[in-house]
Design a protein around this ligand. Structure first.
Ligand SMILES: [Cu+2]
Length: 633
């Protein structure tokens, strides 16, 4: 049985491509940028799910974006998989679909076979092209040279390994940047600022044990076993663990998606979130030098966390009793590609849940467990590890770990600005940059009629019945419109946001709610007029709140490749729609303000950030009183 929210299966991806080819004369010069499930509108879900559960075929649709490389024109199709037809075909003039893995590889192959690149490298003493890697990035629209406007173009770094297995990102061929027409897959120009006699730095950029000069330290084995089996059940994509229930989803762009997250509270299955995912990641590098000024990645909108998802390894990526799910994406010809072991589900011990030592009753202590759903992505040099964790006390934690290899370049190169980065090796620096992640949180706290409150603490003024000024007043301000929904972190008042259902009182008579506890928030520190900010106005606030709309998914616009302006949140919210007592979507902006360190080189120890969703009056008391004690041994 296929649930209406199950990701597209391999056959469905192939079928979607085949229907578009057949009905829209999509031929050999075309490429498929994305093929994903078109999720049913929220209102249609219960009926479709009931139909599917009853064994009937429920409507399945795909969203397909493709373009013709011959003329550069892009189109978006809605495909009825159950009806075997294209039901909508939309021309997207002036839009560039997401970058594809195939283009990245084809570009690398073309460049490494190009005599101009070979010549430029030979001048630097690099003659073995098998050691060379080119790494193509997408452009921001405002930075595309006038003469190339309208083309689908990429720019590239050039890297050279020391040896076959060496770190490809250890040696930047600084000052050398091919600019490529990706549709004709031809080299448009080769920027080269090499000065005769310049010597490459002596970088030690290796991390493989056999390539590092340090012996490995000793560690004793640490095993995790669950002799009686795991505590969760997975039925298709439906996951249940203790009081939690949710559905796992996946697509090319967001990667892991969590649907219909609910908490069983006695007889009631109480909705908490309809859908949780990462909708964008904006990574501006803050270095204006010729090697870095174009480096403004949209890892989700340009490349896609799903496309970049890598397989996980038991005992290394994940420890304990692990259940894996495969994911299916596709190549640019529309052929499905399976990522084995893409999503990891497991339980973890998480220290003490609660404890008290009483003189008479003695020690009462409970160990805490959490259910973790995670996936890892590798976007060229960088990895992002994403963990959604569900706790016994109703908390949800979203953690991201950034690791991998920093982008570096030579400090002494023409136009170089090492003051915008940190020296990490011999004459080599890593530019400062920021990773803004936008989590899209479609919360449904006990239903869809929710209101978001900014909740802030203020000290009382001394006087009257509080002569010592000890009081602390908590002020809850309802956010009534999208304009009010644009919220910034405020340390002075310890601002957080409470998502409340005013129709549902808890046992104490106050409305039920969950709190978004902000952390890892940081300001853009960018001129609002700058091209990088203009493309990603979402980074200008910690939180945005919008009313749910099925098609509002991408905060920087549907197609950030070569975009000049943010056509997502920045545009939708100009309508200033009401958000009070509404089905709200929260867009939380957090991440890593990455002031690079020597310790991040040559491979970066995970930098960990997270935020929490915590029940706040959702329950009447600690919902984890019923957790049994562990057996001492
Ligand atoms: Cu970073």
């Amino acid at each position: 049985m296929t649930h209406p929210l199950d990701p597209l299966a391999a056959e469905e991806i192939g079928l979607a491509a085949a229907i578009v080819r057949r009905d829209r004369a999509v031929g050999d010069t075309w490429r498929f940028a994305s093929i994903e499930l078109r999720e049913p509108a929220k209102a249609d879900l219960p009926a479709l799910a009931a139909k599917a559960a009853g064994g009937e075929t429920a409507r399945r649709e795909a969203l397909v974006v493709c373009w013709n490389r011959a003329d550069g024109q892009a189109y978006r199709a809605t495909v009825s998989l159950t009806g075997d037809e294209v039901t909508n075909w939309e021309h997207l003039p002036g839009q560039q679909p997401n970058m594809t893995v195939d283009e990245w590889h084809e570009c690398d192959e073309m460049l490494r076979a190009h005599p101009a690149l070979a010549q430029a490298l030979a001048r630097r003493g690099i003659t073995d092209l098998s050691l060379v890697l080119t790494d193509m990035w997408a452009y921001g629209g405002a930075l595309v040279p006038e003469r190339y406007r309208g083309l689908r173009i990429g720019w590239s770094d050039v890297w050279c390994r020391d040896s076959e297995q060496s770190n490809p990102y250890a040696h930047h061929v600084t000052g050398l940047h091919p600019v490529v027409d990706l549709n004709s897959m031809t080299l448009l120009e080769l920027e080269d600022s090499y000065q005769e006699g310049a010597e490459a730095p002596g970088v030690m950029g290796e991390y493989l044990p056999r390539l590092i000069p340090t012996p490995l330290r000793e560690v004793t084995p640490l095993e995790i076993s669950q002799p009686a089996g795991v505590g969760f059940t997975l039925d298709g994509y439906q996951l249940s663990w203790q009081n939690w229930q949710l559905r796992i989803g996946f697509n090319h762009r967001e990667g892991l998606v969590l649907h219909q997250v609910a908490f069983r509270d006695g007889e009631r299955l109480r909705p908490v979130a309809h859908r949780l995912s990462f909708a964008e990641m904006v990574v501006p590098y803050r270095d204006a030098s010729p090697d870095h000024y174009r480096r403004t990645a949209f890892d989700i909108g340009e490349w896609g966390l799903g496309f970049m998802t890598t397989s996980l390894t038991l005992g290394c990526d994940c420890l304990g009793e692990i259940t894996y799910l495969d994911a299916v994406v596709h190549d640019s010809l529309g052929e499905p590609r399976t990522v084995p072991n893409a999503i990891c589900v497991h339980e973890e011990d998480s220290g003490v849940l609660w404890k008290h030592v009483d003189e008479r009753a003695g020690v009462e202590v409970r160990r805490q467990r959490r259910l973790v759903v995670s996936f890892h992505v590798t976007v060229a040099n960088y990895e992002y590890l994403v963990y959604w964790r569900f706790y016994q006390d109703g908390n949800i934690e979203c953690e991201v770990r950034a690791t991998g290899i920093l982008v570096t370049s030579h400090a002494g190169a023409p136009g170089s600005r090492p003051s915008n980065g940190t020296l990490v090796d011999d004459r080599t620096y890593a530019p400062f940059h920021q990773h803004f992640i936008v989590a899209r949180l479609d919360l449904d706290i006990d239903g869809t009629g929710n209101t978001v409150y900014a909740t802030e603490s203020q000290p009382a003024t001394a006087g009257g019945d509080d002569p010592y000024g000890l009081g602390l007043v908590v002020r809850n301000t309802p956010l009534r419109t999208e304009a009010e929904g644009k919220q910034d972190y405020n340390w002075d008042t310890q601002r957080a946001w409470k998502i409340v259902n005013n129709q549902v009182p808890n046992g104490l008579g106050t409305p039920v709610g969950y709190k978004l506890v902000p952390s890892a928030a940081f300001p853009p520190l960018l001129d609002p007029a700058s091209p990088a900010y203009q493309r990603a106005e979402v980074i200008g606030h910690t939180l945005w709140v919008t009313p749910y709309h099925q098609d509002e998914r991408w905060p920087c616009g549907d197609f950030p490749v070569q975009s000049e302006h943010d056509s997502g949140l920045a545009v939708w919210t100009t309508a200033d729609r009401p958000i009070e007592n509404t089905d709200v979507v929260l867009w939380y902006v957090f991440g890593i303000h990455h002031i690079t360190r020597p310790e991040d080189w040559p491979v970066m120890p995970s930098d960990t950030v997270s935020f929490w969703l915590k029940p706040s009056g959702f329950f009447d008391r600690n919902p984890a009183l019923d957790v049994p004690p562990s057996h001492p041994h």
